[in-house]
Design a protein around this ligand. Structure first.
Ligand code: PLP
Length: 404
């Protein structure tokens, strides 16, 4: 007999189940297209050369110790992170309108923003936070954990395997005034479908007219196109339009620091005076939840951004990762065309970032797994980095066979 007898068993995380099944599979040609982490051409995790160099610098630094970081984290890191996403010449930074707090990576940044909104954002009648349909599997539960209800806006349009721009903008027009809208800054997870710049301009106009609050989740800056500025364009455009907004920034993918949990939450406010009050409250939430953030990943990212020669090297490393993924997209489409595979596969090339929504049905995904030992989530999402020169022919043949 226990007070906890009523705790129900939660369903296992579907991605975790997929990873376990892949691990247990003994087939020589098995392919993992599930995991959302970069892999090199030999299907191995890649420690970025810039990270190795930063790590060596740290090891040689006798002044480094294991003291606590400040509550808001390593300031040289969070300030460089603000410049990285908002731009070096951002007026918001010059006017001291940005509060930046180091977090437990992107997940912690989304959480800190959600906790702050839950505590301070005036919402009429329990107004929901708008999430794209579909979105990263964790968004809904991060918001509901802090008692913020969520709803969805149309995003993915299956017939084109692209953006449902009309549905999306209609939802923004009709959302209750003042609603919070979560936007993926680039490389939308899980679809790989991003608005064009013209579409972002339109989205910003509608959100401005309806006084909606943009909450950007930025987990793939530089990883998507290979260019840090290009991938930050949407966020910077919104700041230029005078929005107050927030950004959850992750260094998991673009620096390959997954397990080190390096991230930052930025709140861009309309005035320096308000910024100071917001920063003071963010610090209180942070203190009660984690006291102070972890140092190692932040120090690596700090060196990568603040040492000019390392920053240049990081940009080369980003182009290596993004370039390999873009090449895999081109090759997969070319190989499907070579095989005369039924269907138009050009969406794989148009989509961007870690993932592609292939359009494969649940039935086809099951066949790929059971008959070909190729693992992907049941919505047909593939992690592009799981492809490489050794398995891409095998995967193309398998897809060709299951769609016929
Ligand atoms: N947001 C999105 C859209 C993501 O895809 C991810 C990672 O997959 C994250 C946030 C957070 O990742 P992390 O907590 O490792 O930075």
């Amino acid at each position: 007999q226990s007070s906890f007898d009523a705790v129900p068993m939660a369903p296992t995380d579907p991605l975790f189940g997929l990873m376990a099944a892949y691990k247990a599979d003994t087939h020589a040609k098995k392919v993992d297209l599930g995991v959302g982490a970069y892999r090199d051409d030999n299907a191995k995790p890649w420690v970025l050369p810039v990270v190795k160099k930063a790590d060596a610098i740290m090891r040689d630094d006798p002044s480094l110790d294991h003291e606590y970081l400040p509550i808001a984290g390593l300031q040289s890191f969070t300030q460089a992170a603000a410049r990285l996403i908002l731009g070096r010449d951002s007026p918001a930074i010059a006017d001291q309108r940005v509060s930046s707090v180091q977090t437990i990576s992107g997940t912690g940044a989304v959480h800190l923003g959600a906790a702050f909104i839950s505590k301070f954002y005036p919402r009429q009648q329990n107004q929901p936070v708008f999430l794209s349909n579909p979105t990263w599997a964790n968004h809904q539960q991060i918001f509901s954990n802090v008692h913020l209800p969520t709803t969805t806006y149309p995003y993915y349009y299956p017939p084109t395997r692209g953006l449902d721009f009309d549905g999306f903008t209609e939802a923004l027009r009709t959302a209750p005034e003042g609603s919070i809208v979560l936007l993926h800054a680039c490389a939308h997870n899980p679809t790989g479908v991003d608005p064009t710049r013209e579409q972002w301009v339109e989205i910003a106009k509608i959100m401005k007219a309806n006084n909606l609050f943009p909450f950007f989740d930025c987990a793939y800056q530089g990883f998507a196109s290979g260019d840090l500025d290009n991938d930050a364009w949407a966020v910077r455009h919104f700041v230029e339009q005078g929005f107050e907004l927030c950004v959850a920034q992750s260094f998991s993918k673009n620096l390959g620091l997954y397990g080190e949990r390096a991230g930052v939450f930025h709140f861009v406010s309309g005035s320096m005076e308000r910024q100071k009050r917001i920063a003071s409250q963010l610090a209180i939430i942070q203190r009660s939840e984690i006291s102070n953030p972890p140092a190692y990943g932040a120090r690596i990212a700090d060196l990568a951004m603040n040492r000019p020669e390392l920053f240049e090297e990081w940009k080369v490393n980003l182009r290596t990762m993004a370039g390999r993924i873009i090449t895999c997209r081109e090759q997969l489409v070319a190989k499907l065309r070579e095989r005369g595979t039924p269907g138009d596969w050009s969406h794989i090339m148009k989509q961007i970032g870690m993932f592609s929504f292939t359009g494969l049905t649940e039935e086809q995904v099951k066949k790929l797994r059971e008959e070909w030992h190729i693992y992907m989530t049941k919505n047909g999402r593939i992690s592009m980095a799981g492809l490489n020169s050794h398995n891409i022919d095998y995967v193309a043949t398998a897809i060709d066979k299951v769609v016929r």
